[in-house]
Design a protein around this ligand. Structure first.
Ligand code: SAH
Length: 392
């Protein structure tokens, strides 16, 4: 196995618990390694630090998978995935749909596995993980003998890491169902494999959908950036009087329509296709009011350099979201941009409330569901942040 030698001082972050090695931190690669292969990592003095997959193409050339002298074989993946399952079982997080493996936070940097019924949806985020998929699929087969595996590569990760993104049932002759229905609390949601630009649900918002639903009874709800309408469905099921769903993707709206029907809710919901920025402005101009507003936009930035522009976007929607709230109404507002820190997000919302001239109380600070654990030593694993605000 090849050995990656770090530059003097470049071991500090690794020793503090962070698993990433940047290309610029590498002093030497002894023994020559091909992209995607396992390598040992040593510090400048030659002390062993761990093992991971190497890729010279992206800025992050290696993510440590282990700090021990052990093989990254099928047994390794089985141990890690079993530990991920056990953590979730112990914390009562195993449900019809949940995240089984969340990359760094589960000791498998570059691998995401979501479970929908008996189907494991696998997402490799690094070349090494893509190459290791046969071992991962085998481990999943041992953990869930009656399950199927669906591979759903992320096109952005594939481009950065240099592999051809694929989608489809893994293994031979083990195609799963094209569509299933899963339960999330009182609601049922349709999950389709093999079609659509997204498979499944935003599982990271599972807890928050329940929290928001608690505020919904009797109220009119605005679900902006609704995707397949999971927030609106939960709110209506909990007794919301009516919901307006805003979404720009026709495909997502079709999913929302299906989910509303599955739950017997279409009579109390209105779906509106379009740009949520424009719709929010129009709602404000028409002086429409809601008891609950949910703002769950896609990441407005993926790069540090464009945080300022993203902040303007977040401020605008939060300003408008607050203005369409009735007195005593509740705003559930989120950001899933890595580079927008919880402190920055709070500052943006404070400015929005200041400009709107509305006093708000913080009912709760929100994060991802607990099946998306956060590693204290890896701030990047905390990407979803939210605030539950009440106007006074
Ligand atoms: N709240 C959802 C997840 C939202 S994901 C849930 O719990 O399932 C963000 C959604 O915003 C995506 O479906 C995306 O298609 C949509 N979107 C992106 N830009 C938009 C825009 N400008 N206006 C409306 N919707 C937009």
């Amino acid at each position: 196995m090849a050995t990656l030698v770090l530059k003097q001082g470049s071991d500090r972050r690794l020793r503090a618990g962070h698993p990433w090695i940047y290309r610029s931190e590498i002093a030497d690669l002894k023994g020559g390694s091909a992209a995607g292969e396992a390598i040992s990592v040593v510090d400048a003095a030659g002390h062993f630090l761990g093992r991971g997959f190497y890729n010279p193409r992206p800025a992050i050339a290696c993510r440590l998978l282990t700090r021990r002298d052990e093989a990254l074989d099928g047994a390794f993946f089985l141990r890690r995935l079993r530990a991920a399952l056990e953590y979730r079982r112990a914390a009562s997080l195993v449900a019809d749909a949940y995240r089984l493996c969340w990359s760094e936070a589960d000791g498998l940097p570059g691998l995401v596995v979501d479970r929908y019924g008996q189907v494991s949806v696998v997402q490799p985020l690094t070349l090494g993980m893509e190459r290791a998929l046969p071992r991962i699929e085998e481990a999943l087969g041992l953990l869930f003998p009656s399950g199927a595996v669906y591979r759903l590569d992320d096109t952005t990760a594939a481009r950065i890491e240099g592999f051809a993104p694929q989608r489809g049932w893994a293994g031979t002759g083990s195609a799963g169902p094209a569509e299933i229905t899963i339960a999330e609390g009182e609601c049922r949601f349709a999950i389709s494999f093999g079609s659509g630009h997204k498979t499944g649900l935003y599982l990271d918002q599972r807890e928050n959908r329940r929290i928001v639903a608690d505020h919904a009874p009797g109220r009119r709800v605005l679900d902006a950036f609704c995707y397949t309408g999971a927030f609106a469905c939960q709110a209506l099921k909990a007794g919301a009087a009516q919901a307006l769903l805003l979404e720009s993707s026709a495909e997502a709206l079709a999913g929302a329509e299906k989910n509303l029907a599955l739950n017997g809710l279409p009579g109390r919901a209105e779906l509106r296709a379009g740009n949520a920025f424009d719709e929010l402005r129009a709602l404000e101009a028409r002086r429409e009011r809601f008891g609950v507003v949910v703002l769950d936009p896609p990441p407005f930035t993926r790069r540090k350099e464009s945080v300022e522009a993203a902040a303007r976007g977040y401020k605008e929607i939060n300003l408008r979201g607050l203005r369409v709230l009735e007195p005593g109404g509740v705003l559930a507002t989120f950001s899933c941009s890595h580079h927008v820190t919880p402190a920055l997000f709070e500052a943006i919302c404070r400015e929005a409330a200041g400009d709107a001239g509305i006093a708000v109380r913080v009912l709760a600070t929100l994060g991802p569901s607990l099946d998306h654990p956060v590693l204290l030593s890896v701030p990047e694993s905390r990407y979803l942040k939210g605030l539950l605000l009440e106007t006074l």
